[in-house]
Write a protein that binds this ligand. Structure first.
Ligand SMILES: N[C@@H](CCC(=O)N[C@@H](CS)C(=O)NCC(=O)O)C(=O)O
Length: 226
């Protein structure tokens, strides 16, 4: 059994999609980011970075509960635990990991900053908007180039690299980007969007989900980790 701490954001969706794809049993704990629950001490014991997503696997590798933070690390952990969503051969696994890291270190942070400066910054700073939008678009073009040659980022097989990339790439409008001319990326996005597990994962937590209070969640998490 996995305990998932998450909210409706691209990094959160990566893990809900993966859990749905893998058919693993999990308990959902919505963390309302606006309430700041992710900064409470009990949650920092699970993720010292104070951000979602995070999981606790009650059946860790040695039988004891294990907490895992960072969405890329969670995807790798779940793929290795189940032997799914990562190519079995070392070459394929390396290729999938490269595209996973490309998302973690590039596309996610750049699109995140483009989103902040384009939509939320109290003051419009053209240099910052332009810099992050331009870099995000460049990274989408890199993805498009890759997808002109293969159906999925790791090659023939759908993998955690696609799962990590989809929630960010599909949010291009939030960052004020354009997909003009990126036909291969657009076709890949439609292919991934049609997967039932992706549709379920992108709706978790449900829009009307009410996050329990931090103290209720803390009590439950303490029991898991001691
Ligand atoms: N590198 C981290 C980033 C996690 C992250 O930035 N999470 C955001 C939501 S997408 C968050 O929790 N923000 C709330 C906050 O910063 O307090 C990961 O991939 O897990």
């Amino acid at each position: 059994m996995i305990d998932l701490y998450t909210w409706r954001t691209p990094n959160g969706f990566k893990v809900s999609i993966a859990l749905e794809e893998l058919g693993l049993d999990y308990t959902l704990h919505p963390i309302d980011l606006l309430k700041g629950t992710q900064k409470e001490p009990w949650f920092l014991a699970i993720n010292p970075n104070g951000r979602i997503p995070a999981i606790i696997d009650r059946d860790g590798p040695d039988g004891a509960p294990l907490s895992v933070f960072e969405s890329g690390a969670i995807l790798l952990y779940l793929a290795e635990k189940t032997g799914k969503l990562l190519p079995a051969d070392a070459r394929g696994r390396s290729v999938a990991t490269q595209w996973l890291m490309f998302q973690m270190g590039g596309l996610g942070p750049m699109m995140g900053q483009a989103n902040v400066f384009y939509r939320y910054a109290p003051e419009k700073i053209p240099f910052a908007i332009d810099r992050y939008q331009r870099e995000s678009r460049r990274l989408l073009e890199v993805l498009d180039g890759r997808l002109q040659t293969v159906p999925y980022l790791a090659g023939d097989e759908y993998s955690i690299a696609d799962i990590a990339t989809y929630p960010w790439a599909s949010g291009w409008q939030w960052s004020g980007l354009s997909l003009d001319g990126l036909e291969a990326l657009t076709a890949w996005m439609s292919r991934v969007a049609m997967r039932p597990a992706v549709q379920r994962g992108m709706a978790i937590p449900a829009p009307d989900a009410v996050a329990p209070s931090g103290s209720e969640l803390a009590e439950a998490a303490r029991k898991l980790l001691v």
